[in-house]
Design a protein around this ligand. Structure first.
Ligand code: UDP
Length: 243
């Protein structure tokens, strides 16, 4: 059910299989494996260790990851967007009466995000929330609060690598089963930002939509060709070794 991309184990099954796998895990850290997030892991040993830990599940999010899988001739079943996994998990939390915690984004955004989730999922138990602007090396009070609330799931929206670093640092300490870094998802749920139209998502053009809406993202796109180049070089190296 997995493929290997640059020493990362990436999930290749369907979104439904992904949700089943997450729900059947005792403790799991879900990484939205887009090229930017995966490339950051190649530059930072703490991140790399966390991404390759046995409790980590990397989902193929982003056209660059889908292309990489094709280049390696091990295509994935489908692109799995982090925000869609979050939505599915929240539905399961609601139907099982489990609590969730929202950590990240600006104060007004996380408040609005919690409100909108409760409007959409009436029975959802949002146990608590906190904005994403604090010192992650110095946040005992926050960690104690989350420990006391015992949420089943914690969604962390502080951008990469901050959200991944927070999770790798506190995962063992916190009693949650499901940890997930969700980038700008709280902004989308709060209504500050919108996802690309469905046809653009289908064509793998969500990145283009985001750049048009937030032009400062253009610089961040350069990581896609850099990542693909690394994949191609790594494939060549492996082929040479095998011949
Ligand atoms: N963010 C945060 N703390 C910080 C920096 C950013 O909570 O110190 C939040 C920011 O407010 C925004 C989210 O992280 O809601 C965004 O991340 P970004 O758009 O970079 O994530 P992406 O979706 O690109 O991964």
């Amino acid at each position: 059910m997995f493929i290997e991309i640059l020493n990362y184990k990436v999930f290749r099954g369907s979104k439904n299989q992904c949700i089943d796998l997450i729900r059947s895990s005792e403790k799991i850290n879900i990484i939205s494996g887009n090229p930017e997030i995966l490339y950051n892991g190649l530059q930072d040993s703490v991140l790399f260790k966390s991404y390759t830990d046995k409790t980590t599940l990397i989902i193929p999010d982003g056209i660059g990851t889908i292309l990489s899988a094709k280049i390696l001739r091990t295509p994935v079943s489908e692109k799995i967007a982090g925000i869609e996994v979050m939505d599915e998990l929240i539905k399961t939390a609601m139907s099982n009466g489990e609590g969730i915690y929202l950590l990240g984004a600006k104060q007004e955004t996380v408040v609005k995000c919690a409100e909108n989730l409760k409007l959409k999922y009436k029975e959802l138990n949002v146990l608590g929330y906190h904005n994403g602007y604090f010192d992650i090396d110095n946040c005992e009070e926050l960690v104690t609060e989350i420990k006391g609330l015992k949420p089943k799931m914690i969604f962390v929206a502080m951008g990469c690598p901050r959200q991944e670093l927070f999770i790798s640092k506190y995962m063992d300490m916190l009693p949650c089963s499901i940890f997930m870094g969700v980038g700008g998802s709280f902004d989308i749920i709060a209504g500050n930002l919108q996802r690309a139209p469905k046809w653009m998502i289908k064509l793998g053009l969500e990145w283009l939509y985001r750049v048009v809406k937030e032009p400062f993202r253009i610089k961040r796109l350069f990581v896609i060709p850099k990542f693909l180049l690394k994949v191609i070089k790594d494939k060549r190296k492996k082929n040479e070794k095998n011949n």
